[in-house]
Design a binder for this molecule. Structure first.
Ligand code: SAM
Ligand code: DTB
Ligand code: SF4
Length: 363
């Protein structure tokens, strides 16, 4: 996969882009399933990193009131409520630069075990992690670790100076080596160019294996951060990013993450059409607002979508793999410049049984 190829996909007519995203989505994902994750800030604020977007950075004067690490019973109460409210994954976030081997980490290990026992998928996002810490989390039952690249390598230094892009990639490698799933994505609307966004997608899609989840956040411009005056990301640029992510990372859960309070129902529906299949459910993200769960449920009902069953999703991924396609999008190589579908471009000399491929994609 090259940057040029990703750009060509991103710039397709929106009709073709969504059509192709849906082709991939119908084959590799439960077409009506939306993963419901609940987010909980377990240690809030006073973070030593200088991430320009973040209300929790100690470098930014924002509304956030710092809090010490919450104790396990308190977190488990929220995890149980998340489960009762229909979430399948519970994601715990800490405003830390990195994890230290302190009593606090021991507490988190106990909490992870407790959340797992409730019957939820467990995700943590605690900052940088070394190999041994990643192993401890995995052994405690942590399924997934979220660590975002946030933007392109080039734009990154305009947003964060206190840790490097390679630090981030190293943590992601440690997570993978420990056998946890990788959740990694970025933020749109921080003043980066489209090219920066495509480079972010290239970084993510080039990982081997690709991330299991890709959160696409729209910047929530918080007063007191250096990015407080940023205009909300353009809707169609956002949708194009979702669709491009879906096409180039077929098996990833593409998460419509921060910024949904600024999106109306129609915009969110467009994101689902473009291949998003995961959201955060609950009134709060870490420190900022999220749409309320009742409204989210109503929208899903109106659209005929349902809470994704993680086991079903795994089965569909495995079945798509078992079909043995070597290329990720069965139609991609025939979608030459200007063609609105593979059928227009292919003269039938490629040796593929297109009718069978179409039937398989439909099945
Ligand atoms: N401290 C840990 C870290 O940075 O890896 C975990 C928590 S951190 C808040 C998780 C992610 O939230 C960041 O990587 C960033 O992508 C996202 N985020 C933070 N503030 C945001 C904002 N104002 N708008 C959109 N996304 C944001
Ligand atoms: C991710 O990519 N987005 C979530 C989650 N991973 C941890 C966090 C969004 C935070 C938005 C700002 C806030 O609420 O503090
Ligand atoms: Fe700290 Fe994470 Fe916020 Fe950066 S994004 S300031 S590391 S909490």
């Amino acid at each position: 996969m090259t940057l040029d190829e990703i750009r060509d996909i991103y710039n397709l007519p929106i009709t073709t882009l969504i059509f192709r995203a849906q082709q991939v989505h119908q084959k590799y994902q439960d077409p009506a399933g939306v993963q419901l994750c609940t987010l909980k800030s377990i240690k809030t604020g006073r973070c030593s990193e200088d991430c320009a977007y973040c209300p929790q950075s100690a470098h930014n004067q924002t509304f956030v009131e710092p809090e010490v690490l919450l104790d396990t019973p308190m977190i488990l109460k929220d995890a149980q409520a998340a489960k009762d409210g229909g979430a399948s994954r519970f994601c715990m976030g800490a405003a830390w630069r990195r994890v230290y081997n302190t009593k606090q980490f021991d507490n988190i290990i106990e909490t992870v075990k407790g959340v797992k026992d409730i019957g939820l998928e467990v995700c943590c996002t605690l900052g940088m992690l070394d190999a041994a810490q990643a192993m401890r989390l995995k052994e405690a039952g942590c399924d997934v670790y979220n660590h975002n690249l946030d933007t392109s390598r080039e734009y990154y230094c305009k947003i964060i100076t206190t840790r490097s892009y390679d630090d981030r990639l190293q943590t992601i490698q440690n997570v993978r080596d420990a056998g946890m799933e990788v959740c990694s994505g970025g933020i749109l609307g921080m003043g980066e160019s489209i090219e920066d966004r495509l480079k972010l997608l290239l970084e993510l899609a080039s990982m081997s294996p690709q991330p299991d989840s890709v959160p696409i956040n729209a910047l929530v411009a918080v007063k007191g951060t250096p990015l407080e005056d940023q205009k909300f990301v353009d809707s169609f640029e956002f949708v194009r990013m979702i669709a491009t992510a879906r096409i180039i990372m077929p098996k990833a859960m593409v998460r419509l993450s921060a910024g949904r309070t600024e999106m109306n129902d129609e915009m969110q529906a467009l994101c689902y059409l473009a291949g998003a299949n995961s959201i955060f459910l609950g009134d709060k993200l870490l420190t900022t607002a999220n749409p309320n769960a009742t409204d989210d449920r109503q929208l899903l009902d109106k659209l005929g979508l349902h809470a994704l069953n993680p086991d079903d999703a795994r089965k569909i991924h495995a079945a798509a793999d078992a079909e043995g396609h070597t290329h990720e999008d069965p139609f991609a190589e025939h979608l030459e410049e200007g063609a609105s579908s593979w059928a227009h471009a292919c003269e039938g000399e490629c040796g593929h049984d297109h009718e069978a491929e179409v039937e398989t994609a439909k099945a």
